[in-house]
Design a protein around this ligand. Sequence first.
Ligand SMILES: Cc1cc2nc3c(=O)[nH]c(=O)nc-3n(C[C@H](O)[C@H](O)[C@H](O)COP(=O)(O)O)c2cc1C
Length: 202
Amino acid sequence: MTTVAVVYHSGYGHTEVLAEQVAEGVRASGAEARLLKIENAAQDFGPLLDQVSSSDAVVFGAPTYMGDVSAAFRAFTEASSRVFATGGWGDKLAAGFTNSHSFSGDKTHALTSLAIFAAQHGMNWVNLGVPAPSVTAAERGPETLNRVGAFLGLAAQSDNASTEITPPTGDRRTAWLLGERVAKAAQRWSAGQSAEPLAQAA
Ligand SMILES: Cc1cc2nc3c(=O)[nH]c(=O)nc-3n(C[C@H](O)[C@H](O)[C@H](O)COP(=O)(O)O)c2cc1C
């Protein structure tokens, strides 16, 4: 079965809500989802790195803190240099999501960090694939998909309130769609890899 790892950090739980939705979208597509939480910057990242290594695709998620991914997530990226040295994640599919308080909040910078991180490992980036809203900003309700209109990955917005009510339903649904998109892409990618020897033989 195709396996998608969802590696995320969440200091206060809002990004975690999205990680769970990404995993749900993966499972609904018939793939296995591995929900892997980064607890803190000082943890032993070895087991987590191994879980990623044995997955077909990875969705990286981090809150935007001070205009970039959180320090705990950055610690994970630096720990992954161990795998970088062997090219162990090369050619896997990767995607990303972030979440912050402001509509912009410089979330694009955090998504860019995730995409560059994937590129350094030789991974293939899968973008969000959910169109930006065509309605006016005033018409964007909590149920609007891709509410802030990002393309590189999911950029969600959470208020300073309970995770029971924020991020809103539209952002949660967009996270689910990202999980579905990555799982389906990974299934196609795996099928293509197994088909390659047949094409060469013919
Ligand atoms: C240290 C710190 C830095 C933050 N920096 C930003 C920021 O640059 N832009 C922004 O919009 N929100 C910023 N926020 C707000 C968080 O992104 C927001 O509360 C988010 O929902 C937290 O996600 P989490 O609950 O998964 O930790 C910051 C919060 C903290 C604690």
